[in-house]
Design a protein around this ligand. Structure first.
Ligand code: RAM
Length: 394
């Protein structure tokens, strides 16, 4: 039920970030706030002192920009100050330094998407002893130090759907909106497939990035299923672009030069956009899918029912409501600070109505990594049937 509501809310209209943002037309109210240019949005502070700090993996990643826009618009709605402090480089060391500065500067809370599993213990312990609650989002922080993790969508679903989309792309099978999980579609595609064994490449973010590594592990579980046996190589060919456009481009070019894979999955918006450009320019037959922003992928994807999706490098891809992901992170922080939400399994909180979303209730669940997570979204597939609606909004 909760998932269906998310699909409907996402499908109806979402106001997104910054200059490319498109409002919701007749559905106005708080979503219009989300439409405000980030620099003007209230809630934003110029000072760390007393502010709720949001830290993405690095600056300049549109996914992080949209998430912070949702975070700050929710903070504004509830009258709280916030500030973004993301590093220039996508590294643990750069994040640790900024967290340390935020603690010294008197931050009220920390919401973070981490660049790695290790290296944060000392600074997170320092945050804890300064009563600064740590909540992770997108890429998890250590269970020992976070209150909970905001899980954008089920990792198993994200991993499995990317593999299914990759195989369908090679087999030339269109996305069928009546089969959103693509489970039946991929089964049929493989039953009809008699070509060479399909090799899948993965263009990921950092080699140590928790969230992408979690999804890759789920891709490998999906590939171990009988339906793929003998038809798809269970070994993924992995490369890492560190969520930097230049490095991701170089890695995509390496896939092209090696010519070993028939399809690339890129579970990062930076990687998929870089690969989209490389493969499109080269007029390559290597297909592409993964997690992308429609605004960044519009040149590499079909956008109308009359398009032949297989004449584009990326026939379809997935993502979720990134703005809501930021807003729900802010709501978790508020529940921790004001409503006694402690992030233990079974503890619940209510998120105030925001944008097109009515009041929502979320519950902390075992996240499978020694800590808890709160599931706030679902993967949504962008394809020729809906890209025209989304490329200017997300
Ligand atoms: C990138 C980041 C982020 C990921 C999205 C899909 O912007 O790497 O971690 O969740 O893509």
């Amino acid at each position: 039920m909760k998932n269906l509501k998310k699909i409907l809310a996402l499908g109806l209209c979402v106001a997104m970030v910054g200059a490319t943002l498109v409002g919701c037309g007749s559905k106005a109210a708080p979503a219009a706030d989300a439409a405000a240019p980030a620099a003007e949005a209230a809630g934003n502070s110029t000072d760390v002192k007393g502010a709720n700090v949001f830290m993405f993996k690095s600056v300049g990643n549109a996914f992080g920009v949209i998430m912070y826009d949702g975070f700050s618009s929710y903070m504004k709605q509830v009258g709280e100050a916030c500030i973004e402090k993301s590093p220039a480089e996508t590294t643990v060391a750069a994040q640790v330094q900024l967290i340390d500065e935020a603690i010294t500067g008197g931050a009220k809370s920390l919401s973070i998407s981490t660049n790695g599993d290790t290296g944060f213990d000392e600074v997170f312990a320092k945050a804890q002893s300064n009563n600064i609650p740590v909540v992770s989002v997108d890429s998890a922080a250590s269970a020992d130090y976070r209150i909970t993790h905001n899980n954008q969508a089920s990792s198993a679903d994200i991993g499995a759907m990317q593999v299914r989309a990759a195989v369908m792309a090679v087999c030339g099978v269109p996305f069928d909106s009546a089969d959103p999980s693509m489970e039946a579609s991929v089964e049929k595609a493989l039953a009809d497939y008699s070509g060479d064994v399909i090799n899948i490449g993965v263009l990921s973010a950092g080699i140590d990035t928790p969230v992408q590594n979690g999804w890759i592990a789920e891709m490998e579980k999906e590939l171990a299923k009988d339906v793929y046996a003998g038809k798809v190589n269970p070994e993924l060919d992995k490369k890492y672009g560190d969520d930097e456009a230049t490095k991701s481009t170089t890695q995509a070019q390496a896939f092209l030069a090696e010519n070993k894979v028939q399809v690339i999955i890129s579970p990062t918006t930076v990687g998929i956009a870089a690969a989209g450009e490389v493969l499109t320019q080269a007029k390559s037959t290597i297909k592409l899918t993964g997690l992308g922003l429609p605004s960044e992928m519009a040149n590499y994807m079909p956008a109308s029912d009359s398009d032949d999706e297989f004449s584009f490098v990326c026939p379809y891809m997935m993502l979720w409501d990134v703005s809501h992901l930021g807003a729900s992170t802010a709501a978790i922080q508020m529940a921790v600070q004001k409503d006694g939400f402690d992030g233990k399994v079974g503890s619940k909180f209510k998120m105030e109505a925001w944008g097109e979303y009515g009041e929502e209730e979320f519950t902390a669940e075992d996240n499978g990594d020694g800590g808890t997570g709160v599931l706030t979204g679902i993967p949504y597939t962008f394809y020729k049937g809906n890209m025209a609606d989304w490329k200017d909004k997300l």
